[in-house]
Unconditional design. Structure first.
Ligand SMILES: Cc1cc2nc3c(=O)[nH]c(=O)nc-3n(C[C@H](O)[C@H](O)[C@H](O)COP(=O)(O)OP(=O)(O)OC[C@H]3O[C@@H](n4cnc5c(N)ncnc54)[C@H](O)[C@@H]3O)c2cc1C
Length: 424
């Protein structure tokens, strides 16, 4: 029988949204448990931030969290519901059940990978993946790097790589010039963001930042050695030791879907209090739509206050949220993946890298479900978190439903589910 932790407010995800939610709920007097599968709080953007190190905003929020009564339960992944209103979680191989009166889901986002010939070669990484390696101490000094992706994340990653001594050859943004420039012009309303972008660009001024350019193939024998790029009119190759190629972010919707929360247009439906369509389940941060750090924080604060019954204090934050939502909408429009990215796949291109399923094996299928009957696409350790969003763009297929476990887990942990076997 799994140990049960009881609390008033459970927060899943200790990124900026979850930290803000946990702080606000705890400061309002609620008993709060904050769960995250990572060994430290911080999420994607504040990965590696510690006391005395990292951006000031991050240090302030982390200090506020440790000063609060919220209890961080790290290295703990939510793998399923327990069938009885609680969450089944795995901590260092052991099962735990977490029962909270209210739940805030702040599960964040991951990178969008779109397959192309050679994308499975060693040293072809996501843009955020390259950043994570750099933050964890991997040295890229003197290594030839091409970044070919999309969205504002290219800028801090290019800046960090250039500053660390990498030989950054090109930063290629797939979005066309008119969209990127239109977006930059609309940013006069957000001077802080403009200043930040200018600061990043200044850090890699020696390298070209080209819009309307994307990678069509990566080549090499046992690792990437060159990338073929195009601007739609002509193609050329750039030699590289690393290629960072991903196309923005996709929200982590598996847990909200498993809980029965309505999802529309790839975002969890929430009301003004960040309450989902399921009673006592709130959602904040990227699962409600990709919106960046500040929006994640504001939504987290609102969710935390609402879950602690302090709805009236949210008013001041609501205007700020509306303003940031407009910024998020402009961002999504400017950096939407172009159709040509879906046209790069060849018959032998791997689509599901967990289960080694190639494009040609999927071709006869008309839906994700049909493809799963004929192949093992989406059934590997990542449970379709990589190939699912790719197939949504390549074929217009939506993943039909979420199947637990949400993370790789042991049979012992799954067997502790109080009602019936995992699978809904
Ligand atoms: C790889 C990557 C790199 C990024 N780098 C930058 C950057 O340099 N600059 C920038 O401005 N923005 C960056 N972003 C975007 C930034 O993360 C967001 O704008 C924002 O900060 C998101 O906050 P969040 O709290 O919603 O999500 P996140 O920061 O993603 O936090 C979500 C947390 O939920 C946890 N989680 C999810 N599912 C489970 C589960 N089942 N069980 C337990 N824990 C779970 C995760 O471990 C994670 O810690 C990056 C995003 C990604 C994906």
């Amino acid at each position: 029988m799994a140990e049960t932790l009881k609390t008033e407010v459970t927060v899943v995800g200790a990124g900026p949204a979850g930290i803000a939610a946990a702080c606000r709920a705890a400061e309002s007097g609620a008993r709060v448990l904050l769960l995250d599968e990572n060994p430290r709080a911080g999420g994607q953007i504040w990965r590696g931030t510690r006391c005395g190190r990292g951006p000031a905003g991050a240090r302030r929020w982390l200090a506020r969290l440790s000063d609060s009564s919220a209890r961080l339960v790290d290295t703990t992944a939510v793998v399923d519901t327990d069938g009885d209103g609680g969450l089944l979680v795995e901590r260092r191989g052991e099962a735990l059940v977490v029962e909270g009166e209210r739940l805030i889901v702040a599960s964040g986002a991951r990178e969008l990978f779109l397959p192309f010939p050679g994308w499975t070669l060693p040293n072809v990484l996501g843009v955020g993946g390259g950043q994570a390696l750099l933050k964890s101490g991997v040295s890229f000094r003197g290594r030839k790097i091409v970044i070919a992706g999309s969205g504002p994340l290219l800028l801090p990653v290019a800046a960090a790589l250039a500053t660390s001594g990498a030989h950054l050859r090109l930063v290629a943004e797939q979005a066309p010039a008119h969209r990127v420039h239109g977006f930059a012009l609309s940013c006069w309303r957000y001077p802080g963001k403009l200043i930040e972008a200018t600061r990043y660009r200044a850090a890699f001024l020696a390298t070209a930042y080209r819009t309307g350019v994307w990678a069509v193939a990566a080549r090499g024998d046992d690792r990437v050695e060159e990338v073929v790029l195009t601007d739609g009119h002509r193609s050329w190759t750039e030699p590289c030791d690393y290629l960072l190629a991903s196309y923005g972010l996709v929200p982590n919707l598996e847990l909200p879907r498993l809980l029965g929360c309505a999802v529309d247009n790839d975002r969890v439906t929430v009301d003004d209090h960040q309450l989902t369509t399921v009673d006592d389940v709130y959602c904040a941060g990227e699962p409600t739509g990709i919106g960046g750090l500040e929006l994640a924080l504001v939504e987290g604060e609102i969710a935390g206050l609402a879950a602690a019954g302090r709805d009236r204090e949210e008013t001041a934050l609501a205007g700020r949220r509306r303003r940031l939502e407009r910024f998020a909408a402009a961002l999504a429009h400017a950096f939407a993946p172009r159709q040509e990215l879906a046209e790069r796949v060849e018959v032998d291109t791997t689509i599901c890298r967990c289960e080694d399923v190639a494009w040609k094996q999927l071709h006869p299928a008309g839906s994700f479900r049909q493809a799963k009957l004929a192949t093992r696409v989406g059934m590997g350790p990542c449970q379709g978190r990589v190939c699912g969003p790719a197939l949504a763009l390549l074929r217009g297929w939506e993943a039909d439903r979420v199947r637990p476990p949400l993370r790789v887990s042991t049979l012992g942990v799954l067997a502790s589910r109080s009602k019936g076997p995992a699978g809904h």
